[in-house]
Design a protein around this ligand. Structure first.
Ligand code: 8YV
Length: 321
């Protein structure tokens, strides 16, 4: 084990993960569970061979250029890597690894939680009971939209999207998807492929956003795309907040053009557009897609497996640069 390797750990990862970091590496831990600002991160990185961090740290070209030469590998505790300038890393011969696959199920569960909470008006229901505003059952109280027989449009049919599809099948939904590439039949499992994302919007009784954030996809869900959705669509996002143009979605939620939304991720999080907070037809959660004990341990262990391989002179797993 690489005991002599110096590892900078920027966040207070789960106890099992930190224990393994400290067992196997010469670690510097962050005593506070907050992201160091860029300059401090750079200062802290001196004397370290590797940095293990979360998506709160932005490894821009400038930050990467300022890292000391001894830093050889970056390990992000996330599948998403839009916070890392991979071409800057490649140029500098800096290896980068991430943690895909292990969070697919947990994130798909949250997509489903959001779909159910949005379509069945969980926020209003909970509020009614808590506020003692429930004065008895009525035949038309809090009617929502059922999932059975509805078309679920999955934008991004990677590992998470496919887990969403798996759950949706047992809810009797008809699965449509768009992905950069069409999946082979054994992964498609009957899901209907749409070559363009615009076409997919037209069948989205429910829309689940599961694609990575790229510059091209910024504000994907804007007024034009919303106009393509069937009336009273349900929108859920467990990918990245920047994929949604908030003002467009908010006005569609206010008018009822979009029946409800479930959002786990936000552009500029932890800040949340205050208009969402005023709407009863939005169910909100604070980026908890991968937040299970099992998943967060698995993410940490996967990153450490990659670091172990790298420092043992082998090709690291899940290398993205
Ligand atoms: C993390 C995520 O919670 O993996 C991702 O890309 O969004 C989440 O699982 C978060 O990014 C922490 O780094």
């Amino acid at each position: 084990m690489p005991q002599n390797v110096k590892l900078l750990v920027t966040r207070q990862f789960p106890a099992n993960v930190l224990e393994r970091c400290q067992r196997d590496y010469n670690c510097t831990l962050n005593p506070n569970d907050t992201d160091w600002p860029d300059e401090e991160l750079i200062d802290q990185s001196f004397g370290h061979d590797a940095i293990f961090f979360s998506s709160g740290n932005k490894f821009t070209a400038d930050v990467i250029a300022a890292l000391p030469n001894e830093v050889k590998i970056l390990a992000t505790f996330s599948v998403g890597y839009e916070h890392i300038d991979l071409s800057a890393a490649l140029k500098r011969n800096l290896v980068v690894v991430n943690t895909p696959h292990v969070l697919n199920e947990a994130t798909a569960d949250i997509a489903f939680m959001l779909m159910l909470c949005a379509s069945r008006r969980a926020r209003e229901a909970d509020k009614m009971v808590r506020n003692s505003d429930w004065h008895g059952w009525t035949p038309t109280q809090l009617l929502g939209i059922g999932m059975q027989g509805k078309r679920l449009a999955i934008l991004g049919m990677g590992g998470i999207g496919r887990e969403v599809a798996k759950r949706a099948r047992s809810f009797g939904m008809i699965i449509h998807y768009h992905n950069r590439n069409r999946l082979p039949e054994h992964l498609e499992q009957g899901a209907i492929y749409h070559q363009s994302a615009e076409d997919l919007m037209k069948v989205a009784d429910f829309l689940s956003i599961n694609c990575p954030m790229t510059p091209k996809m910024k504000y994907f869900l804007n007024t034009d795309k919303i106009k393509l959705l069937p009336n009273q669509a349900i929108v859920v996002n467990t990918a990245r907040g920047g994929l949604v143009h908030d003002d467009s979605l908010i006005s569609a939620l206010k008018s009822g053009r979009v029946f409800a939304a479930g959002l786990d991720v936000f552009g500029g999080e932890p800040a949340v557009n205050p208009e969402y907070l005023k709407l009863d037809n939005v169910f909100l959660s604070p980026h908890i897609g991968s937040a299970t004990f099992e998943t967060r341990d698995a993410m940490g262990f996967l990153a450490l497996d990659s670091l172990d391989a790298f420092f043992a002179g082998k090709e690291p797993l899940n290398r993205i640069a």
